[in-house]
Design a protein around this ligand. Structure first.
Ligand code: HEM
Length: 620
């Protein structure tokens, strides 16, 4: 046996110092051979199994913002077993949504998504590829084209009128109004009438069911489901969301099937009658059905595609739009100076010559600045979700395929680097004649990455124009027609956010509206203004029918009914239906209630027909 002196370099223990060196060398070689491991974004220490889940609080965009202050604008997390990356600065958002947009053009498919979208048969969660490209074109050229938006203008006007009438009635009673609920009803109705020619609120149970389904869909899509993140919970339903999702899907499917069957029957009848005029008046479901029946279409839409698209439109069209108006109103109530400026601008442009209209908006820069400032501070989708479909290198970091990306739009909108006094509500920052506080020349269409409430790039929101039409006109009308008092006294409303993935308010916005004008003459002036010089006796009569209850119109001596088939029919219908709505008919029996409901429904249909007749007359 050999004996070495410890000082002797040939002694085995003296070689121990080589081990760390060898390990480092091996690690280097390993990284060299596996480019994915070359450089990963910074990440905090994580726990076994749950990874970084414990770092997320109930309001995830806020906890991710706090982490970004420590880790930088791009950092990575492991939520359970899911690799994620978070971008929290304008420059980082630009990297992901512009430079590497193609690599991050997928959306993560959660359990809720897969159940509620008929297995990603819709547009917003379709994987990036030919089908998505086809549907994007469909959205931009058909469903949300300028022509279609123009066609639906009377619907938006009519729903705004109904909202104002409802608020006016509450103002007369001095009653408290939940502004959020009223707005959601309105946006729901606009979307539903555009999509399937039906309202989502009203006297019949089906309309209310539709509204409930939309609300539940938005709620469940915004929930954080453990089975999406923790591998051993994958097939468990610990929070009970799985059961609720399946039940919700079944109810939605039943409703949409009924609507589609009804529509198919109507289309068959219309085709048999070959009624050209009626066939031209299409809702979004008609457009989708036309494409699904078109044998030459580039992509043949299945029945599930059509259903999933309609659901997409319902979900996208309701909550975001309503939330924007709610937060804007809350900010204006807490910033009375801004409210006064907005009122002054509206008075200068519209005066009391009618209710503010979509066509007035280009002349209302302060109103537009209010909406931009609201979307900066309160983006309805605070975290934009995307997923990479290939390995890529972003800003020197290697990001493997199937990494979930969250763009923290909320944090970017409050970054003091771009927005001085970033937490303050200052619409003036967007107006060139005021001090530049970061906003002059910035727009929200996805080109300026410091303000991207509608996202950017290929998968940016396709309905931005439609959404802004509703947001601007509804907000303007609320400011123009009412003073708003905080319910229960006080001058300020709470600005806290509720838990979840969408930017809901923690407390409802409860206010008492005080009417600034008599609403009916104002609405009538709007109609007269909108048809301007072409106003004739017949169109004026129709516009009265569309606004006033029948009895007022029929009793009006100033408006003796003009001749014409359309008018005669409308008159005949109103004389038949008006007794049902008569104020003396206040009985509580089922028969009386039913009669009133029939009367209300007929009033609604009559108003729609009167509006249509009015437009046809103006056109011809
Ligand atoms: C104020 C209102 C709205 C806001 C703030 C908003 C915001 C957004 C955002 C942030 C995205 C993701 C963009 C991205 O990944 O880059 C998005 C996508 C989408 N939005 Fe909107 N949205 C609004 C209104 C609407 C409306 C009214 C509809 C439809 C009726 C709609 C339909 C969609 C659809 C279908 C997508 C998915 C697009 C795709 O994946 O290619 N949105 N929206």
């Amino acid at each position: 046996m050999k004996h070495y002196n410890l000082e002797d370099p040939r002694h085995p223990t003296s070689l121990l110092f080589l081990i760390p060196l060898i390990l480092l060398l091996l690690q280097y070689l390993f990284r060299l051979l596996h480019p994915r491991l070359q450089r990963s974004p910074p990440s905090p220490p994580r726990l076994p199994i749950i990874g970084h889940l414990h770092l997320l609080t109930a309001v995830p965009h806020k906890s991710l913002y706090r982490l970004s202050l420590r880790l930088g604008p791009i950092f990575s997390l492991r939520l359970g077993s899911v690799p994620c990356i978070v971008a929290s600065s304008a420059a980082a958002a630009r990297e992901f949504l512009k430079v590497h947009d193609t690599s991050f053009s997928n959306r993560p498919i959660t359990k809720a998504v897969s159940i509620l979208t008929y297995g990603s048969s819709n547009f917003s969660f379709a994987p990036y590829g030919d089908f998505w490209r086809f549907t994007k074109r469909l959205y931009m050229l058909e469903l949300f084209s300028n022509r279609t938006l123009d066609q639906f203008r009377p619907i938006r006007q009519d729903e705004l009128r109904q909202l104002l009438e409802e608020l006016h009635a509450r103002a007369k009673e001095g009653a408290v109004v939940d502004v959020g609920a009223a707005m959601t009803r309105m946006t729901n109705n606009v979307t539903s009438r555009m999509a399937v020619s039906r309202r989502c609120s009203g006297t019949d149970g089906e309309a209310e069911e539709a509204r409930r389904l939309v609300m539940e869909t938005t709620e469940l899509l915004g929930k954080f489901n453990l089975s999406d993140y923790v591998w051993f919970c994958k097939n468990l339903d610990l929070q009970g969301y799985g059961k609720r999702l399946k039940d919700l899907h079944k109810r939605f499917d039943g409703l949409i099937e009924r609507i589609m069957k009804d529509k198919e029957e109507k289309r068959r009848r219309k085709k048999m009658e070959d009624n050209e005029e009626v066939l031209k008046e299409k809702d979004l479901l008609d457009i989708l059905m036309d494409i699904s029946e078109d044998k030459c279409a580039e992509v043949r839409l299945t029945r599930n595609n059509v259903k999933a698209f309609i659901r997409d439109i319902f979900t996208g069209g309701t909550d975001n739009t309503s939330l924007t108006v709610q937060w804007a109103m809350a900010e204006l109530i807490n910033n009375p100076l801004s409210m006064e400026k907005a009122k002054a601008e509206l008075f200068k442009v519209v005066g009391n010559g009618g209710v503010v209209d979509e066509t007035d908006v280009p002349k209302l820069p302060y109103l537009k600045a209010i909406v931009m400032e609201t979307l900066r501070l309160h983006p309805p989708t605070p975290l934009i979700p995307r997923e990479s479909h290939e390995d890529c290198e972003v800003d020197g970091f290697n990001i493997p395929a199937k990494t979930r990306l969250f763009i923290n739009v909320w944090a970017i909108g409050r970054d003091p680097k771009h927005w001085p006094s970033s937490d303050k509500f200052m619409p003036e920052r967007f107006l060139s004649d005021e001090v530049d506080n970061g906003g002059v020349g910035v727009d929200i269409r996805g080109q300026h990455f410091q303000l991207i409430p509608f996202g950017s790039g290929r998968r940016g929101c396709p309905a931005m124009t439609a959404a802004l039409l509703v947001v601007h006109s509804a907000l303007a009308a609320l400011i123009q027609c009412f003073e708003w008092k905080v319910a229960g006294g006080g001058d300020e409303v709470d600005m806290n956010e509720a838990p979840g993935l969408t930017l809901q308010r923690a407390t409802p916005l409860l206010c008492v509206p005080v009417a600034r004008y008599m609403i009916e003459p104002l609405l009538l002036k709007s109609f007269e203004r909108s048809i301007g010089a072409e106003l004739s006796h017949r169109t004026l009569f129709c516009s009265h029918l569309a606004i006033y209850p029948f009895s007022t119109v029929l009793g009006s001596t100033a408006l003796h009914p003009p001749d014409g088939d359309a008018i005669t029919e409308l008159l005949f219908r109103s004389t038949r239906a008006s007794p049902l709505l008569n104020s003396s008919y206040r009985g509580k029996s089922t028969k009386q209630r039913n009669a009133r409901n029939i009367g209300r429904r007929e009033l609604r249909h009559l108003r729609e027909d009167a509006l249509r007749a009015q437009q046809n007359m103006v056109k011809s």
